[in-house]
Design a binder for this molecule. Structure first.
Ligand SMILES: Cc1cc2nc3c(=O)[nH]c(=O)nc-3n(C[C@H](O)[C@H](O)[C@H](O)COP(=O)(O)OP(=O)(O)OC[C@H]3O[C@@H](n4cnc5c(N)ncnc54)[C@H](O)[C@@H]3O)c2cc1C
Length: 458
């Protein structure tokens, strides 16, 4: 028999899981269908084998911000101890040049309240001229004055040029931040979404600008505690259940409900939350006549890759910092021809989560690295690490995880669908539906919570 308040959630990533928690808290019955054998979606751990040894790695090295308030509140609710799960570090960016020298460093001044912590951090940052530091501070003051809101969205690179940010300042400060936050080349990235992240990071509590680096693997922090909570509250989780189709059924009184089909079974629900990634959602949208407009919207979406290159060195190998930016530029005061290097950020997983000697190198967005084989890419990245940190010699093994459609391209003026659709009782959840943010865990969680709110209030 059809329960009037039984919600099917298709997709067990951060958006689907947070929708489930919020609905269960309000007394709804929930069933999650997840196509793969584990929950967590893009924010999950994977097991890889090397020489008969199994290693637990993350699908991609993730960073959270202190400003991710809904994610942190959700994790707290399901029993995650923040201190055990994350290393919380005040905002700090240090860029290492290919010649083994520090090219740029910025540290927020932690004794000061926000935004002075960042403004004084900029004033004292190394690797930029006084004029450049002043230009960065002027921009931050201007952004605060306009409340981080521009009249019309525009491409970030052009916006920064118009704001008198020099080529070097863009290359050293704004571009790495843009890639880390939006995973989209600065040429096309949305200024407004970038400003939203700056607003949430640099206003309010100064802890908003902290980085939270996972000390445990992602599944231990996200999907396992969330799934425990969901099941304790009576939610049903069906793994390895790819939903193939959604059919709208109308009863004799004109009331609509849904038939969901997997390979072998059909199930009936009063509500559906479609919480799959934007790259997969149009498979469903194409078959639902009332969702044709969203289907058309999604055709303009493009995607950006993220490559994570894991390099295992001898156990005693350590980097000076747990997280370091990489730049080809050797001497930032002269801004010579930028040497093209592939590596963008390197994380020392030994210091972070006890995986001694294991480095995770992140390469965001499109680039020449995509044309290399995984072995050639690992070799090139190992070479770059060796130049920047001579102690890093030959890795013992490597593993490249390439997420080809890691995030949607967060370009300017992108139209984002909302949670509510023209099909009654069918909702969308996912990072791409939270219009204020780029593809992030926080965007996914906020969209899930908003979606549950709409169902409860419908
Ligand atoms: C390599 C990488 C690095 C990243 N780094 C960061 C970072 O540092 N900080 C940050 O905040 N964010 C980061 N992100 C982005 C973040 O992981 C995502 O924004 C977030 O996890 C998206 O969650 P979601 O629930 O919207 O979608 P997804 O995680 O994609 O979840 C969708 C789920 O739906 C399932 N599914 C699909 N089709 C079906 C079907 N037919 N039936 C049933 N189930 C189905 C999928 O298997 C998946 O589990 C990164 C992403 C990647 C890939």
């Amino acid at each position: 028999m059809l329960d009037n308040n039984h919600v099917a959630i298709i997709g067990g990533g951060c958006a689907g899981l947070s929708t489930a928690v919020a609905l269960l808290d309000r007394g709804y019955a929930v069933t999650i269908f997840e196509a793969s054998s584990q929950l967590g979606g893009r924010a999950r751990s994977v097991v890889v084998e090397n020489n008969n040894l199994m290693h637990q790695l993350d699908n991609g090295q993730h960073i959270l911000l202190g400003a991710y308030r809904e994610t942190l509140a959700l994790l707290h609710k399901v029993g995650v101890d923040e201190k055990k799960a994350f290393l919380r570090v005040p905002l700090q960016i240090s860029m290492q040049a290919g010649n083994g020298k520090s090219a740029f460093s910025l540290k927020s001044v932690n004794i000061l309240p926000a935004p002075l912590n960042m403004l004084f951090g900029l004033l004292g940052c190394k690797g930029l001229s006084f004029t450049e530091r002043l230009a960065a501070i002027k921009l931050m003051v201007y952004l605060k004055r306009i409340n981080y809101q521009i009249a019309t969205d525009t491409k970030l690179e052009q916006f920064l040029i118009d704001q008198q940010q020099s080529v070097k300042l863009i290359a050293m400060l704004w571009e790495p931040l843009c890639l880390a936050a939006l995973n989209t080349p600065i040429k096309n990235a949305s200024t407004q979404i970038f400003l939203n992240i700056l607003r949430d990071t640099f206003t309010g509590e100064k802890s908003n600008s902290d980085f939270l680096l996972p000390k445990l693997d992602l599944s231990q922090i996200i999907s396992q505690p969330l799934s425990r909570y969901i099941q304790e509250k009576g939610g049903v989780i069906k793994l390895n259940k790819r939903v193939r189709s959604i059919k709208v059924i109308t009863d004799t009184l004109g009331k609509e409900s849904f038939e969901l089909s997997t390979n072998k079974e059909s199930h009936y629900f009063s509500h559906v939350v479609l919480a799959v990634s934007p790259a997969r959602v149009d498979l469903f949208l194409a078959t639902l006549p009332k969702l044709q407009r969203v289907y058309d919207q999604m055709q303009s979406y493009t995607y950006q890759p993220i490559y994570t290159i894991y390099l295992q060195y001898a156990a005693e190998t350590k980097l000076p910092d747990v997280m370091t930016g990489m730049t080809g530029v050797a001497d930032m005061t002269k801004m010579p021809e930028q040497e093209n290097i592939i590596s963008q950020w390197v994380f020392d997983r030994g210091q972070l989560c006890g995986q001694k000697g294991l480095m995770a190198v992140i390469v965001s967005a499109v680039g020449k690295h995509q044309h290399l084989t995984h072995d050639a890419l690992a070799l090139q990245v190992a070479r770059e690490l060796h130049h920047a940190f001579p102690a890093l010699t030959k890795p013992l093994w490597h593993k490249v995880i390439a997420e080809k459609r890691a995030t949607f391209s967060c370009v300017s003026n992108l139209t984002r669908p909302s949670n509510k659709t023209s099909q009654a009782q069918l909702y969308l959840a996912g990072d791409y539906t939270y219009a204020d943010y780029p593809a992030t865990i926080e965007g996914a969680v906020r969209s899930g919570i908003a979606c549950a709110g709409l169902i409860v209030n419908s």
